[in-house]
Design a protein around this ligand. Sequence first.
Ligand SMILES: NC(=O)c1ccc[n+]([C@@H]2O[C@H](COP(=O)([O-])OP(=O)(O)OC[C@H]3O[C@@H](n4cnc5c(N)ncnc54)[C@H](O)[C@@H]3O)[C@@H](O)[C@H]2O)c1
Ligand SMILES: O=C(O)C(=O)C[C@]1(C(=O)O)C=C[C@@H](O)C=C1
Length: 748
Amino acid sequence: MIGESDFQASVDMTFQEKKKFGNVMIIGLGMIGGSFAKALKERGLATLYAVDRRDGELALGVSTGVIDYPAELSAEFVSRMDVIVLATPVRAMESVLADLKPFLSEQTLVTDVGSTKGSVVEAVRRVFGHVPANFIPGHPIAGAEKSGVLASNSRLFEKHMAIVTPLADSNPVLLDRLHRLWRAVGADVVSMDVNHHDHVLASSSHLPHLLAYTLVDALANGERSQDIFRFAAGGFRDFTRIASSDPVMWRDVFLANKDATLATLDHFTDRLADMRAAIEQGDGASMFGVFTRAKSARDHFLRLLEQRTIGSTKEVRPVSVSVLPASAIKGEVSLLGDKSLSHKAITIAALSEGVSEIRNIDLTGDVRITMQAFRDMGVVIEEASVDHLRVHGVGVRGLKAPIAPINVHQSRESLYLLLPVLAGQSFPVSVIAEGKLLNQSMADLFSLVRQMGGSVLSEMADCLPVNLLPGKPLDVSVNLKTGSERLRMSAFLAALYSPVEGVVTTLSKELSHCEVLLRHFGVTILDHVEGFKVVPAPLVGADIVLSGDEYELTWLVLLSSLLPGSDLSIENAGLDSVSFALLAFLQSIGADVTIPAQSGSGLFKGKVQVGFAELRAFHLSPEQSYRFRDQLPLLCVVAAYARGESFIQGVGSLPYYHEDRVLAFVDALEYMKITCVYENGDLLIKGGLPQGGELDCAGDDKLALAMLALGARSQSITKVHDCQRLLEEFNELESVTVQLGFHCSVTQ
Ligand SMILES: NC(=O)c1ccc[n+]([C@@H]2O[C@H](COP(=O)([O-])OP(=O)(O)OC[C@H]3O[C@@H](n4cnc5c(N)ncnc54)[C@H](O)[C@@H]3O)[C@@H](O)[C@H]2O)c1
Ligand SMILES: O=C(O)C(=O)C[C@]1(C(=O)O)C=C[C@@H](O)C=C1
């Protein structure tokens, strides 16, 4: 009990040193309440009071510095509080609320930390007849299997989520205070509907606790229990840690969240029965499918968790790459599969019938997003090694409805591949995204899906997130002459679902990787008036070794050509007809390069050999500039070092992003004292000796590589800033260049 004079002293003190959150009272000073109090107290953000039915906890709380003062549920204390936090087991909250009611001011924020939310809101209604505007429920998603004030940890909530479940009438000023409180102790705050909270937590938290308790109890009371515990090791310990949690708290949770727990328990029981049947019938394929999907889902979850605990906003540290001029490059290099090709190969293999082996695949970055989406829809994908996947394809219409929305995160490549494929399935599906993909119009892609017969429902016109509803499949005919080239693979995938032959009209009849890949997996693609015709037929699983990025290949060819003494052999160079034509063009202006012959599939694939050679100035017609538009920055480097004047026509008629990229490179050339004249959309470059210096690629990986090539033989060191994206796309840059003797170093 607290005497009147103690109380007066404490109140006086708090008025003198009024902290940011004022007076905060914790009711139930156990592990969670204690952690919250300690976190605020250590940061000097509030004066902490606590109430507990056990006096011992309060005494410990004061002596260990968790709180400032013990308190009581009396008018003197309650009416002066700015914040009251209920941190008892959930079923004790109703009586606490009844005790609080007579003394509560409307200005006091009352919240709780209970693991269930519906039951707490019901308790509030029973006590007050409604939910007062100053009562706003909450729940930190952090904890441990320990209990009591001595288990409190002031850093428990850092980098964890705190869910708040405001109601329609919640006071917005107090809601803001609640957000600030959780953020102040290091949590990320998310808002959720009460019912949704209880269903989600029933699966993510309550069910695992139920399983752990039941498993330990079943084994402890079963046969051979002595030996079971004696020989149990890491697996048992990891699975059952939470069975050491407080039984009162968990009894309350299951009594309070009965319906949602029963729903998730039934779902789990069905899946366990399937697993039992698989074991009984010796059905290894089913077990393998479940285990592979579960492993990948858990690995994915751990990565998300890791990101969250490392920092909620990924820290992007600026990266620069420097090159020391005049070093020859020599040796052999094998390029890792192109990223875009890696996304496409996974997609086509997943839609094929039978097993595909994909080798030399790049599994870094966004590629895993495409892979995860197919795994979520029942495709078993084994990671045989770091660059080798075994995909057990399910056929073009064989995907299973995912249990949650498909998340393409920030991967445009994944989105453009997945949307037409999803539109071809018989189930509705939601597609969500993050960051930069959220506010962009996807009109071209959505219109393709509508052409296939599907309905596209999005809240913001033509933007993600989107719900796709299947419809009667329609004949597909896509015109890429007027649409974006980016849609090329999406259009071919859509054509696979066309009831009759799908048609894709293109600007030129040159084969791109899309057609070559599809043919490799058995799709019949025929010539059509102005493009291609796709014959509907099943795709067949196949083995493939993916070839490297063509821009990286041209970059290496250019470096060898520029640096005296170079002699380079490049393995896994995959060339489509455009890059083949570009190498032939370089040959025509003096490059010493041997190019492999074309294979039956239409792809030039194999080894490219290249040595130093003095390149001549050149002239590109508008048609050639268009054809080589992707590689123009590298051709500008050729022009910068060539003797004489080079002329690149038609730059002004290129799609604006290509023109912008060339003009950004012109700025870099001028900075390096190379004379350029840009008039009427045509570009003239006078060859010379670039000076070196500091350049900024503005995050464009293609510009970055061209700038590094420009520095390869310049008069002094060249440093290119903003190269994070380059290193994401070409993550073996440093290792490849070091191996070849090119002095290229990354600095942060
Ligand atoms: N343990 C976790 O991991 C975790 C995580 C998030 C939320 N929660 C929730 O937080 C709350 C507290 O859990 P905890 O782990 O801190 O438990 P705990 O056992 O460590 O603490 C609970 C405290 O409440 C006190 N108490 C019980 N009934 C009371 C009453 N009528 N009046 C005053 N005090 C009373 C107990 O004496 C104890 O000190 C629960 O509602 C729980 O669902 C727990
Ligand atoms: O980490 C643990 O030991 C927990 O049990 C924490 C855990 C959970 O299940 O994740 C437990 C209950 C909660 O309400 C929130 C978090």
